[in-house]
Design a binder for this molecule. Structure first.
Ligand SMILES: *[C@@H]1O[C@H](CO)[C@@H](O)[C@H](O)[C@H]1NC(C)=O
Ligand SMILES: *[C@@H]1O[C@H](CO)[C@@H](O)[C@H](O)[C@H]1NC(C)=O
Ligand SMILES: *[C@@H]1O[C@H](CO)[C@@H](O)[C@H](O)[C@H]1NC(C)=O
Ligand SMILES: *[C@@H]1O[C@H](CO)[C@@H](O)[C@H](O)[C@H]1NC(C)=O
Ligand SMILES: *[C@@H]1O[C@H](CO)[C@@H](O)[C@H](O)[C@H]1NC(C)=O
Ligand SMILES: *[C@@H]1O[C@H](CO)[C@@H](O)[C@H](O)[C@H]1NC(C)=O
Ligand SMILES: *[C@@H]1O[C@H](CO)[C@@H](O)[C@H](O)[C@H]1NC(C)=O
Length: 342
C-alpha cells in the first residue's frame, strides 16, 4: 500500500512539475480552494489585531488564532503558499494556486449573517474567480485538469449551531429537532458541493463540527477550571457528525469521479482531551488569550484553545499532521486524496 501511494505521488508530482515549472513551483496539487468560517479564514474578515497572528511567520493577513489555521498547514504540506483571501483581488485575481473564500462568523445557512459570505456566497465568489480570472489564465483543457486535481476544503457548521440553533428562540430553525436541523444543513451543503462538482471540482475535504460544548465559551461556566464540557451541547451537534460521512459517501457514489475525504475534527478534540500528551499539548481547557482580561499565555504551543472558541496554531498543526497521514481524515487521508483520480 505504501509503495502504491508513493508511486501515485511520484506520478502526480512529475505531472504538476511539468505544468507549473514556469513558476518554478513544486506542489502536490495545482491549487487549494478554501471555503468556511473563522476556523480557516485567511484574511477576508480580520480579527482585531494582536495577539492574533502573533506566531504567524509570514506577512499574510492575520487569522483567528495565534498563527496558521488547519487550512494553512494543508497548503504548506501540499507545497503551496498560504493562498490569498478573495478580498485581496490584486493577489486572488492572479492566483493559480488557489483562493481563500472563508469568512469569520459565517455558516452554511445565509441566515448566519455576514452578508453574502455564507456557503452560497462563497460559491458565487468562486464562480467569479472561475469565469473572470481562471478562464483568462488557463486554456480549456488545462482548466479542467486544474479543477480536477485541486483540493476544495470546507470548514463550516459551527456558526450555524452558535447563531441559529443554540440561542433559544432564535427563530424557526432553532425549533427543529437536532436530527432535522442537521439534515437541513447537510442538504444545503450537499447542494453546494454538487454545484462545484458541476463546474469541474473533484477532490473534496470536508470537516465535521468539533465538540462545541468543550470550547471555553460553552464549557461549564460555574466550573472554575472549565474542565467539564457542556455535554448537552455536544449531543446537539452529534447528529450532524453522524450524518456527514454518510452524506459524503452517497454523494461520492452519485457524482462519478468525485472523491470525498471526511475530516473528523470532533474525534480529534475528544482524543486530544483524553490523551493530550500524545499530541504534545498540556492545557486542553483554558483560553491562552482572554479578550476580556487581556491575558496571553506564554506557552502557546501547549494549549488546545487560543481564545474562547478558536484552536491554537499548535493544535491546528497536530491535527493537519494526523489528517495528512493518519486516520483523522477518512476514508482518504490527504496524501491519498492527492493521489486519487490520477
Ligand atoms: C515559525 O518560526 C519559528 C522560529 O523560526 C519556528 O520555530 C516555527 O516552527 C515556525 N512555525 C511555522 C508554523 O512554520
Ligand atoms: C479577476 O476578476 C476580477 C473581477 O471579478 C477583475 O476585476 C480582475 O481584473 C480579474 N483579474 C485578472 C488578472 O483577470
Ligand atoms: C456563474 O457566473 C456566470 C457568469 O459570471 C453567471 O451567469 C452564473 O449565473 C453564475 N452562476 C452562479 C450559480 O452563481
Ligand atoms: C449547557 O448548554 C445548555 C444549552 O445551551 C444550557 O441550557 C445549560 O445551562 C448549559 N450547562 C452548563 C452547565 O453550562
Ligand atoms: C458545573 O461545575 C460545578 C462546579 O464545579 C459543578 O458543581 C456542576 O456539577 C457542573 N455542572 C455540570 C453540568 O457539569
Ligand atoms: C489552563 O490555562 C488556564 C488559563 O488560560 C489556567 O487558568 C489553567 O489553570 C490551565 N490549566 C492547566 C491544567 O494548566
Ligand atoms: C507521513 O508518515 C511518514 C512515515 O511515518 C513520515 O515519514 C512522513 O513525514 C509523514 N508525513 C507527514 C506530512 O506527516
Amino acid at each position: 500500500m505504501a509503495a502504491i501511494v508513493s508511486l501515485l505521488l511520484l506520478c502526480v508530482c512529475s505531472y504538476f512539475i511539468s505544468i507549473y515549472n514556469a513558476q518554478e513551483t513544486i506542489s502536490l496539487v495545482p491549487a487549494l480552494y478554501i471555503f468556511g468560517d473563522s476556523t480557516v479564514d485567511g484574511g477576508n474578515k480580520l480579527p482585531s489585531g494582536t495577539p492574533y497572528g502573533i506566531d504567524l511567520n509570514t506577512t499574510a493577513p492575520i487569522r483567528w488564532t495565534n498563527g496558521e489555521t488547519i487550512a494553512d498547514f494543508v497548503a504548506i504540506f501540499l507545497g503551496l503558499p498560504l493562498v490569498p483571501p478573495y478580498i485581496d483581488m490584486s493577489q486572488a485575481g492572479i492566483s493559480r494556486m488557489g483562493v481563500n473564500y472563508a469568512f469569520a462568523g459565517c455558516g452554511i445557512m445565509p441566515q448566519t449573517g455576514q452578508n453574502g459570505w455564507s456557503l452560497d456566497g462563497q460559491i458565487e465568489k468562486f464562480n467569479s474567480t472561475l469565469k473572470n480570472n481562471l478562464t483568462k489564465m488557463l486554456s480549456d483543457p488545462d482548466l479542467l485538469q486544474h479543477l480536477k486535481h485541486s483540493i476544495f476544503l470546507f470548514s463550516f457548521g459551527i456558526n450555524d449551531y452558535v447563531r441559529l440553533y443554540l440561542p433559544k428562540n432564535s427563530g424557526t430553525l432553532s425549533k427543529l429537532p437536532p436530527d432535522a436541523f442537521a439534515q437541513f444543513l447537510q442538504n444545503e451543503l450537499s447542494v453546494g458541493l454538487t454545484t462545484l462538482y458541476g463546474w469541474g471540482a473533484r477532490k473534496f475535504l470536508v470537516n465535521n463540527i468539533w465538540p462545541l460544548g468543550c470550547t471555553p465559551w460553552y464549557a461549564n461556566a460555574s466550573d472554575p477550571l472549565a474542565i467539564c464540557c457542556n455535554e448537552t451541547i455536544n449531543q446537539l451537534v452529534r447528529p450532524y457528525n453522524k450524518k456527514l460521512p454518510v452524506m459524503l459517501k452517497e454523494l461520492q457514489s452519485k457524482l462519478s469521479g468525485a472523491v470525498f475525504s471526511h475530516s473528523n475534527d470532533f474525534e480529534f478534540v475528544e482524543d486530544l482531551k483524553e490523551n493530550p500528551t500524545n499530541y504534545g499539548i498540556t492545557n486542553t481547557t483554558g483560553e491562552c488569550h482572554s479578550t476580556s482580561t487581556d491575558f496571553l499565555c506564554s506557552n502557546r504551543d501547549q494549549y488546545l484553545y487560543f481564545d474562547y472558541l478558536h484552536t491554537t496554531q499548535a493544535a491546528n498543526h497536530v491535527f493537519s499532521l494526523n489528517c495528512f497521514n493518519g486516520t483523522l481524515c477518512s476514508p482518504l487521508n490527504i496524501i491519498q486524496l492527492v493521489g486519487a483520480l490520477v
